[in-house]
Each structure stands twice: as C-alpha cells, then as structure tokens.
Ligand binder design. Structure first.
Ligand code: MEV
Length: 312
C-alpha cells in the first residue's frame, strides 16, 4: 500500500504580532521543534481523517477542522481527483493553538502530501495561495505572516502585501520558547484588538508604537545589540498587554523570566494563552530561566541560538 508524507513546521513571531494585521512590519522565524507531518495512505472507500482529537470520516469532521476540510476539498478540485481511496493522518510534535502557527503548518504539510501523493508539482505561489485559503477560514482576517513563513521556511521581515524579505541576524544570545499549556484563540484575539482599534484612539496608538518598535529592532539586530533587543521585547510586551492580548499566565511567565536574568520577554503569536519567548545572554542563563519557568507552570520549553542560519 502506497504512503506519502508532507512536512511543515510552525513559526515563532519575535516581534510584530497583531500590529502586522494593520500593515506594520513583523519579524518571525521558522520553529522546527513544532513539526507537522501529514501522511496520505492508499485505502478503500471514503477518506478517513486522523488528526489532533478527531478520527473519522473527513466529511463528518467537526467545525473546528473546517479550514482543513475546505482546503482538502479545494486541493482535490484543483488536482481533479475524488475524495476516495486514501486516508489522511496528521501528526504534530506540539499541541494545536499555541501561537506557533500550527494551522498554517498543517495546511502546508497537507498540501505538500496530497500533491506528492498525486504526483503533481506544487509551486511556492500555489502553496501560499492554498495555505491562505485555510488561514482565512481559521483566523478570519490573517495578516498572511503565518502562511508566508511556512512557504519560505526562512526568518522573515514581513509587511502585509509586500514581497518576502528574508531576515538574517546573528546575535550572541539565546532564545527560549515556553508553552503556557493554555490554548490561545487567534481569531478571538485578532477580533478583540480590532474592536479596540476601531473604538479607541489608544488602540491605534499601541498598534503604531508596536510597528515603530519593530523598525527600531532592525537597527538593534544590525548592531548585534542583544540588550537593546531585550528592551524592545519588554516594550512590545507592554503594548500587547495594553491591547488586551496578554493574560495572567503569560504575565506571570514573563515576570519569572525577567526575575531570573532574561534580557527581555514577551508573549508570541495571538496571545491569550499559547506561548511566550525570552532572550538570554548565555546558554547557562537560558537553562536557568527554563527551570524557573517550568517550576512556575510552563508545560514545555525550547532553547535555540539567536542566529538565523541555525533556524533552517
Ligand atoms: C498569529 O500568528 C499572528 C497575529 O498577528 C495574527 C496575524 O498575523 O494574522 C496575531
């Protein structure tokens, strides 16, 4: 029996979540620890789906998987194939809805697997288009950042609607990602920021301040200034909190990281749960912060060097 795999991984937004939806820049890196694998296996009868917490007929999948189901239907239409005689299994090394862009990664891994199964080439343009279809269903009004980074698979300086700009950096520092263990809800977070921005001048000001901080960060990266980057991360966190997308758990982990020697710390992704990141000067500092975060409720941590060449 024939089996074919497609892979993709999530991303970490270093700076610029939420404000990126309003045309401000963002900086994001691929995150290979969040690996998604989609397996297509030959079978008989209607397509069965096995993923996260659902196993059963694809066409009977719950509402929470609608983005994925619509994506698969669109791919079948483009490939002129029937939704029969193969099954789909999706595995992930991280839980869903942790602000790591796993919905875009699931879409990319699944598109890659289906095109490979039906022996069709898949261009970056078509992949971006397909991932964007499911992201619009899942997130309502996505900036396109998650979709772009799963296609490019390189660190990215991203502005909505503009050409991809690969972002290279090399800092003498370590980045830590910590999972709060709580599900985020990007769609809800994005729409609550929109309500704030629409009704209150302060909301608009936080968004433009966030944009300016990402512009400032470019210089800080160029100057290899990890202390400057830590300060910017702290200012970004304060703005995101003012926008209402942090929560008690994220605030607590941010404080714990700073109290244990982090140069800067902030939520990453949509917020209201999900993950936070912290920047440390040395690997020893990063390990110390990791232990403190795990002792204070973080469910998992990952440490990586702040060098773009190491990040795929
Ligand atoms: C979600 O990964 C990032 C947000 O900025 C939303 C978006 O960019 O579409 C919160």
């Amino acid at each position: 029996m024939r089996t074919v795999e497609g892979k993709s991984f999530g991303k970490i937004i270093l700076l610029g979540e939420h404000s990126v939806v309003y045309g401000e820049p963002a900086i994001a890196i691929p995150f290979p620890s969040a690996l998604i694998t989609t397996k297509i296996s030959e079978s008989v009868g209607s397509c069965q789906l096995k993923c996260f917490n659902y196993t059963g007929d694809l066409m009977l999948a719950p509402e929470s998987l609608i983005g994925l189901v619509e994506l698969i239907k669109e791919i079948m239409k483009r490939l002129k194939q029937e939704l029969n005689n193969f099954d789909i299994e999706i595995e992930s090394t991280i839980p869903a809805e942790r602000g790591m862009g796993s919905s875009a990664a699931v879409a990319a891994a699944t598109a890659r697997a289906l095109y490979a199964y039906f022996d069709q080439a898949l261009s970056d343009e078509e992949l971006l288009d397909l991932v964007s279809i499911s992201e619009k269903i899942v997130h309502g009004n996505p900036s396109g950042l998650d979709a772009s980074i799963v296609v490019l698979e390189k660190p990215l300086y991203y502005i909505k609607g503009q050409a991809f700009e690969q972002f290279d950096f090399n800092l003498d520092a370590y980045l830590l990602v910590a999972d709060t263990g709580e599900k985020g809800n990007t769609k809800f977070a994005v729409s609550s920021v929109k309500d704030f921005v629409d009704r209150d001048e302060k909301g608009k000001m936080y968004v433009s301040d966030l944009g300016q901080l990402v512009i400032d960060a470019r210089k800080v990266f160029n100057d290899h200034d990890e202390i400057g980057l830590g300060n910017i991360m702290n200012k970004v966190q304060a703005n995101l909190k003012a926008l209402g997308v942090s929560n008690e758990t994220l605030d607590k982990l941010v404080s714990v990281a700073l109290a244990n020697g982090a140069l800067g710390a902030k939520l990453t992704g949509g917020g209201l749960g999900g993950c936070m990141i912290a920047l440390m000067k040395s690997e020893a500092d990063a390990k110390k912060v990791s232990q403190a975060l795990l002792a204070n409720g973080a469910k998992n941590t990952w440490i990586t060097e702040m060098k773009s060449e190491g990040v795929k």
